[in-house]
Design a protein around this ligand. Structure first.
Ligand code: C2G
Length: 159
């Protein structure tokens, strides 16, 4: 039984996340996902809280057929303990973490694999595109919720 572990916020679960989980599971028999708590995600990403709460994100991850166990990620320092506690053979992350000091030291404890990110999709892109829709597509917002005035220039450029 090869046990695989991956970490992430997995907010506004999308195709990029699902492809990462599918490929991670294919590297073993049992996939553990450590989902960032809301507090840790805010500290780590230094922006707003995730759209979905920690418990909702966990429920969604548990519903993904590739995922066998969801645990909590609340600190950067917990990874070596996680590897020992869950007898992990392989830690898998997306290529945006390649070479990161947050993961490279794990090579002393298990196999470490970076998988190519899925291009063209991200949680922040979804947020930006929906916001752009709300501004450019009439009727996207019911009138009582429509932002008074919104300059297109105020929108962050989408990637
Ligand atoms: N991912 C991907 N393709 C995308 C978007 C994301 O392969 N288009 C991968 C990321 O590389 C990551 C995982 O999906 O491995 C989850 O991504 P996020 O939810 O953005 O999590 P992240 O900020 O990478 O969290 O301990 C570290 C953090 O928990 C990592």
């Amino acid at each position: 039984m090869r046990r695989v572990l991956t970490y992430g916020t997995f907010d506004l679960l999308h195709w990029g996340h699902i492809r990462l989980l599918m490929r991670a599971k294919a590297l073993g028999d049992y996939l553990i996902v450590a989902a960032s708590t809301d507090e840790f995600a805010m500290r780590q990403k230094r922006v707003r809280a995730p759209y979905h709460t920690f418990s909702t994100r966990c429920d969604m991850l548990e519903a993904v057929r590739y995922v066998d166990l969801v645990i909590e990620e609340s600190t950067w320092e917990q990874k070596v303990d996680d590897i020992r506690r869950y007898h992990v053979d392989t830690v898998v992350m997306g290529s945006d973490w390649r070479g990161s000091s947050r993961f490279e030291h794990l090579r002393n404890h298990c196999e470490l694999v970076y998988l190519p990110r899925t291009p063209g999709i991200s949680t922040s892109k979804i947020r930006r595109d929906l916001l752009a829709d709300a501004v450019t597509v009439p009727g996207t917002y019911p009138h009582e919720h429509a932002p008074r005035t919104m300059q297109l220039s105020a929108l962050p450029r989408s990637t």
